[in-house]
Structure formats: C-alpha cells, structure tokens
Design a protein around this ligand. Structure first.
Ligand code: EPU
Length: 417
C-alpha cells in the first residue's frame, strides 16, 4: 500500500494547473448511458474513481476510447448489461449514478445498494423514491435495487433533503421520460449545473439547474455531443489551503474562483491576499493565518468537502475556530490524526473547537477518507520534520498526481511504495 512522505516547512510557491472535477466527471460519464451516439469528453481527470466508473460502464457494454491526455469517447450503442455489482458499488458509492440512466434507457436496471460509508450512513432512498414517482417499479432483493419501467413518466418530485447525486440521478432519468419532471429542493452544486449543461448539449431540455427547482421536458432520445468537464473546485480549494498554511505564494491555473465564493471569503478572513483572474487564482499567504470559523451546508454555503482542509489550517492559526459539520454525521475522522501531529481540537457532536497552536510536529498518520487525507497532507506540509501518511489510496481517488503537483510548487513530498 502506497504511503506519502512529507517533509514539512517549505512555503509553496509557483504555478500549477488544476484538473477536471471528479464530482462532475462521474455523473457525466453516466450520462453517456442515455444515448446510442458517442459522447466525447475532455478535461477528464485521471483518478481511481474515474477508472472504476469506466470499468463499470465497460461491464455494461459501453465502449471507451481514450483520446489524447484528458479526453475520451464513450459509446453506449452496445449497452447490453444494465447491472452494477456489489463489488463495484462498494468500492465507489457514485456507482449509484448509473441507476437513473439505466432505467430511462433500458427500462430495467439491477444496481447494488451502496451500504454504509466511512463519513456517514449515506442512504439512497431519495434516488429510489424519485424514480418510483416517475413510475418505476422498484424492489430491493438481496441488497440489489431492481428497477423496471416501460417508459418513465414525468413527475413532480420534492426531495426530503438536498442531495447532489440524488438530483443528478433523477435529472438524468427525467431526460428520457414522457412529459415534464420538476425536481424541487434540488441540489444547486456547480457539478449539477455542469451535468445539466452536458445533457443539454446532448439534446436534453432542462431549465433551472443551479436553482432549487429544475424542470426537465423529456425527449424521445439524446444524441452525441462533445463536452469539457468543469475545473475541480475542491482540488482548487485544497491547493489554496496548502499554500495558505505554508506561508506560500501560488498561482493555480486552468481553474476558476466562480464556484469558490465561500472558500475564498474564508481565506480572505484568514488574512490571505487573493487575486482572481479569468482562468486562474493567485494566493499570497500572510505571515500568520487567523482562525476562521465555519459551518458546512449545501451549495452555495461552505462545502463539506473543504471542511477537513480548513480544520488543518486552523490548527496553526492565531485564535480559536469552531467548525460545524451539518451534511455528514461522521466527517471528523481526521481530528484524531491531526491530534497525533499535536493539534488542539475538541469535538462535541458535530462541532469541533480548534485552538490554534504555534506549530505541528510530524508523525505517522492514517488517511481515512478522501478529504480527511487532504487535510493530513496540508498539515504535513506545515508540520516540523517528517509526516508519513498511510493508506493514500483514498487520495488517489480524488487528487490527480498530487505528489507531482505539490513538488512543482516546491514541496518535499515522496510516494513510498
Ligand atoms: N441523503 C439521504 N438520503 C438520500 C440521499 C442523501 O439521507 O437518498 C443524505 C446523506 O446521507 C447526506 C446528505 O443527504 O447526509 C447529503 O448527501 P448527498 O446525497 O448530497 O451526497 P452525495 O451525492 O452522496 C456528493 C459528493 C460528495 C459530497 C456530497 C455533499 C459526488 C460523487 N459525491 O455526495 O463528495 O461530499 O455530495 O456535497 O458528487 C468527495 O468528493 O469527497 C465527496 C464525498
């Protein structure tokens, strides 16, 4: 199992390009299932989660052809096996995103239920209820969701909570349904908008993506298209935090601050100097960061996927920060690991109180999930001495060539096999 060895203390400086967004690419790969014509994608990040999704689509009969460094063509004309096995879904929960497209296109699907997850229970009943509202007959047998529908019917759906992949699954299914579907309480995340834009380029009729009410007029079929995946706002935010915590001066290219308002605001509050360009962001860190409190909530509020990284930053900031996690019930697993580096953090329920200290000391720590791992990298970059991060397969799921990008910014990072 690979580990990451970091020697802390070097301020990050220089320029590095950001990759395409994992959480936009995953649903967009599934959108290829909706058409018999090829979907040509660019700016697809090289990540383990993307490879897993491509394997899953391949098992269903989708032909995948790589095209250049970050492009690929997905041809679902030979789709003949509308199934997602437990083996696949258990390694990546986003596999549930095939459910909506499969029922819509094939009239049937057999998709494993994801089961529990390190950061929370993460059930998918909203995906199922929405499809039932569109007329799908759904049973759960031996851990598998079996869905059938001759043709889905447009419906009015109001989800009980804001769910990102739930909204995406239902929006994709509704594209081929008979009539109009309205999704209320829809997720407004930029990745939902990116998926909607891709679907529209395939001929879907969608309005309101990016608001909490999305309208989809079903069409008979979707056609092929070419689409570029949006930049990864969470990768961008993570590198901004890494630069901030090390007293760095970096310019991140091929990205945009457009979807990072709350993150940029908090970095400004922490004392960073930020310049926003059209396709780039520059950050210059202050001599010492100020503590910043935050509360996670669905977009446009502060993203849960940036909570752990800000926690790491607060560990060595001046002052005390309170961090409240409202999306997932178990997303503080990085806390004990940060405390192994000397951090002063107290947890009470879904609140964490972080008292800034002068410095962290390197140690061996264990990555527990993707964003928790990112927070350990950030902490390691500023800790004195060596930090060895175990189980970095979590990082490889969501950060493309992380050690290479950090090295480009001057960090002392090595992958240990
Ligand atoms: N929920 C339910 N029932 C459902 C659906 C969701 O109770 O049917 C609950 C969840 O348990 C959670 C909350 O609703 O408490 C929100 O979950 P959501 O469905 O929005 O999460 P998700 O779609 O499974 C996506 C991202 C996550 C990100 C969350 C929140 C993808 C592939 N994943 O997950 O990304 O944290 O939205 O923004 O888009 C990551 O990249 O590290 C990651 C975990």
């Amino acid at each position: 199992m690979d580990k990451l060895l970091i020697v802390g203390g070097t301020p990050l400086s220089g320029e590095v390009a950001m990759s395409g967004a994992k959480n936009a690419a995953l649903p967009i790969l599934c959108a290829a299932l909706l058409s018999t014509e090829p979907l040509h994608l660019t700016n697809v990040p090289h990540l383990n989660d993307i490879s897993t999704m491509l394997r899953l689509l391949g098992d269903m009969g989708v032909k995948v052809t790589m095209d250049g460094i970050d492009g690929m063509i997905l041809d679902a004309s030979g789709l003949n096996n509308p199934q997602a096995s437990y083996e696949m879904v258990k390694t990546m929960r986003a596999s549930i995103l095939v459910l909506g497209p499969l029922v819509a296109r094939c009239g049937e699907a057999r998709v494993s239920l994801p089961g529990g997850c390190a950061i929370g229970a993460r059930p998918v009943e909203q995906h199922i209820k929405g499809l039932q509202a569109m007329g799908a007959e759904i049973t759960v047998e031996q851990g598998y969701v079996l869905a059938k529908a001759r043709r889905l019917k447009g419906a009015r759906i109001c989800t009980d909570m804001v769910t990102v992949t739930g909204t995406e699954n239902l929006m994709m299914a509704a594209c081929l349904a008979d009539g109009e579907t309205i999704i209320e309480n829809a997720a407004r995340e930029p990745e939902v908008v990116d998926l909607a834009n891709c679907l529209v380029s395939m001929g879907a009729r969608i309005s309101g993506a990016g608001t909490d009410k999305i309208r989809i007029q079903g069409v008979e079929k979707l056609h092929g298209a070419t689409y570029a995946i949006m930049p990864d706002r969470i990768e961008t935010g993570t590198y901004l935090c890494a630069a901030a915590v090390t007293g760095g001066n970096v310019r991140l290219t091929k990205t945009s601050a457009a979807y990072l308002d709350t993150v940029v605001d908090k970095l400004l509050d922490a004392g960073c100097d930020i310049t926003v360009e059209r396709d780039a962001i520059r950050l210059i860190a202050p001599p010492r960061l100020k503590a910043v409190s935050l509360r996670t909530a669905p977009y446009p509020a502060f993203p849960t996927d940036m909570q752990a990284q800000f926690m790491a930053m607060n560990c060595i900031a001046e002052g005390v920060a309170t961090i409240r996690e409202t999306i997932f019930e178990n997303r503080f697993m990085h806390v004990n690991e940060l405390m192994r580096l000397g951090a002063n953090i107290q947890i009470e329920g879904n609140n964490a109180l972080v008292r800034g200290i002068d410095h962290l000391e390197g140690a061996t720590v264990m990555a527990t999930d993707l964003r928790a791992s990112a927070s350990l990298v950030i902490a390691g970059l500023v800790a004195r001495g060596e930090t060895l991060i175990d189980r970095i397969y979590h990082l490889d799921r969501g950060y493309e060539r992380i050690e290479e990008k950090l090295e480009k910014l001057g960090a002392q990072v090595k992958r240990v096999h």
